[in-house]
Write a protein that binds this ligand. Sequence first.
Ligand code: F0G
Length: 422
Amino acid sequence: MSSIFRCIDCGKSYPLEVKTKCECGGLFEVKHEFREGIRRDIFDKRVGSPNPIIKSGVWRFKELVYPGLDNNHIITKPEGNTNLYTSKLISSFVGTPNLYLKHEGENPTGSFKDRGMTVGVSEAKRLGVNIVACASTGNTSSSLASYAAIADLKCIVFVPEGRIAYGKLAQTLAYGATMIQVKGSFDDAMSLVQQASEELGIYLLNSINPWRIEGQKTIVFDLIQQLNWKPPDWIILPAGNLGNTSAFGKALTELEELDLIDEKPRLAAIQAECADPFYRLWSTGSSLLEPNSEAKTVASAIRIGNPVNWKKALSAIKNTNGVVEHVSDQEIMDSKIVVDRSGIGCEPASAASVAGAKRLFDSGVIDKGEKIVCVLTGNILKDPDSTIRYFEGDLPGIKSNIINSSKIVEPSMRDIRKTLEL
Ligand code: F0G
């Protein structure tokens, strides 16, 4: 095998196996021995390929993701190849013309999680496991449920009771997962699923599993390739359990090591103000994350108080000369409405990246003229409740700047004229 697991705490190496954590409790990362001669044009030639595997925006980069995996094990829908948008409306809201939006909500199940899940579930097939599980605020569970169904694996998901958005709840159940609603927070569900997988021999597919990180690296590969291998100055992303922040840092380090880019962009990880343990860690210069047991935000996807990947994410921020910022729920919803009104659309957590870009721009951390990419992590349809309640002026704690509720009319032109004031 050209890849191994290495513990990020004690440095011990392991062969690739079912275990997803070191004996010392530390997280694994995958270390690849990359083959010689990996060049940009290898990946460029594959864009638009009809080949069922390499047409995936994840497996196009197989040499950088899982070089030794037998293609027969790959479970792909395919995923990735998401659009990189520009928008005058969003640019003028943030205050810079040089802004792109990488829409990961265009993945098959509507979030970036599919990029990690295609790799994680393919590995589950290689290992021959029968049951997979995760804890989730709804997107991970939707993605795992879908890929598990394709791979014919039993899927169990642990979600915080009553706290996941409706679209995600429906999706996860529809794909056939067994859903356990835990009376508690996402963090409670996360610690329970770890115990359950250790005691019941279930393969864990949260981003603790290092293969998830390998797949999510391809968001960065994909967007830099779309920019003709000229990296932006900044990549800005929402941050919850910190899998993506970790993955982005690893992707950039590897691209630089392989001479595929000349310079690394800076990462900006954006948290919600009342669910911001990583922001507090970074801004106080502390070396230990203090969990927040009362995490709260309208962006339910990132309502997380004890992110499992904080050590990897901290390295990612440090290695890219990055920053961590936080934004209020009002800023998140105001940004979401601008993204929606631009015709692009996203779920609330995704808009944290745009809100964060605006804050960093307003405070002078980002310079005018710098090129920035905001990652939109989830689809607009994931959380219909918060959108409708915003437009009805009925979202607790949020001031609606636009009201747009539907109008009920009698089936007559007179009523139509009156309603439209025409
Ligand atoms: N945006 C969306 C739409 C998400 O669903 C998540 C995480 C994040 C951002 C944060 O990403 O955890 O890598 O920092 N959702 C997880 C889930 C927790 O269970 O679906 P992260």
